[in-house]
Design a protein around this ligand. Structure first.
Ligand SMILES: [Mg+2]
Length: 261
C-alpha cells in the first residue's frame, strides 16, 4: 500500500512548480537509475591504467557527488592528491569516457517512474530542459541516449572541468539564460541532499524527487521548495492551464548568489 499523500507530496506555500522558464534535471536517481556497473567499472579501469593502483570506491559518498569528486576522494585514500593528481586527471577522465563508450551496450538505465511523462509535459508547455549532472559529459549523454531521453534535453552541464555540484548548477543556469534571456527563471530537480544544498547555495528553487537512495523524509529535511516520492506524485497534482505554464510568474525568487568561475 502506498504511503499517505503527506509522505509523498510536499510543496512549499507560494511555490509554483510549473513557473520556471527552464529546468535542470540531475541524471542518476532523478531521471534514471543505472545498476549495470558500467560507469562504476570505468573508474577502476581508468585509475588502474593511469596510476597502476586499484583504489576502492567502497564507503565513498557516490550519490550526489561528482565524478571528479569521487576520483579525488578515492585517490586521496591512496595518498594521491593535489598537483600529483591534477596532472593525471585529464588522462583519467579521457579513459573513463572511452571505457563507458566501449561498454555502452551494457548500460541498462531504468527510467524513474513517470519521469518521461514529466519531461514531455514540460516540453509541450514550452519549457527549456537541461541536465545538470555530476557525470562526465559523454557518460551522461550516453545514459540519456540509452534511456531514450536525449531528444528531450536541450543542453547539459557536467563534471569536468567543473568539480562541485554548485559549479555545475551555475554552469547549467548560465547556459539556460544564454539560450533564453538573462532573467530566465531556472529550477533544479534532484534526488539527493547535495542537489538541494547546492541549488539553495546558488539561489535556485529546487524540486526533490525521492527516486534515488534517499527517502522522501531525508530530502524533505533538507528544505527543498517541493518534494515528491516520484514524478507520478508531482503529475497527480492538479495541473494549471497551459497558458499558466507559458506565462507563469514565479512568486519565489530567492536572491541569487554567484560563485567564481
Ligand atoms: Mg542524483
Amino acid at each position: 500500500m502506498s504511503p499517505p499523500a503527506a509522505h509523498r507530496v510536499h510543496v512549499r506555500d507560494g511555490f509554483h512548480w510549473p513557473a520556471a522558464d527552464a529546468y535542470l534535471f540531475d541524471i542518476d536517481g532523478t531521471l534514471l537509475n543505472c545498476r549495470d556497473g558500467v560507469h562504476y567499472q570505468a573508474f577502476h579501469r581508468a585509475m588502474r591504467e593511469v596510476l597502476h593502483i586499484e583504489p576502492s570506491l567502497e564507503g565513498l559518498q557516490l550519490h550526489g557527488n561528482t565524478d571528479i569528486g569521487i576520483l579525488r576522494a578515492a585517490l586521496a585514500r591512496e595518498g594521491v592528491t593535489g598537483a600529483g593528481l591534477d596532472c593525471h586527471l585529464p588522462r583519467i577522465v579521457e579513459l573513463m569516457c572511452a571505457e563507458v563508450l566501449r561498454n555502452h551496450e551494457h548500460l541498462r538505465p531504468e527510467l524513474c517512474p513517470s519521469i518521461r511523462d514529466l519531461l514531455v509535459l514540460l516540453r509541450e508547455r514550452g519549457k527549456l530542459l537541461g541536465t545538470a549532472s555530476g557525470n562526465l559529459s559523454p557518460i551522461g549523454w550516453l545514459k540519456l541516449e540509452k534511456a531514450g531521453l536525449k531528444s528531450l534535453i536541450a543542453f547539459g552541464a557536467f563534471a569536468w572541468p567543473h568539480e562541485s555540484r554548485e559549479e555545475i548548477f551555475h554552469s547549467g543556469m548560465t547556459l539556460a539564460r544564454q539560450m533564453l534571456s538573462r532573467k530566465a527563471s531556472v529550477y533544479v530537480a534532484g534526488d539527493t541532499p547535495a542537489d538541494i544544498h547546492a541549488a539553495k547555495a546558488m539561489g535556485l528553487p529546487v524540486i526533490a524527487l525521492a527516486t534515488g537512495i534517499y527517502s522522501f523524509s531525508d530530502l524533505l529535511a533538507c528544505g527543498p521548495d517541493a518534494c515528491f516520492a516520484c514524478a507520478s506524485d508531482l503529475l497527480s497534482l492538479p495541473l494549471p492551464p497551459a497558458q499558466d505554464f507559458l506565462q507563469g510568474e514565479c512568486k519565489h525568487r530567492p536572491e541569487k548568489r554567484s560563485i567564481s568561475e
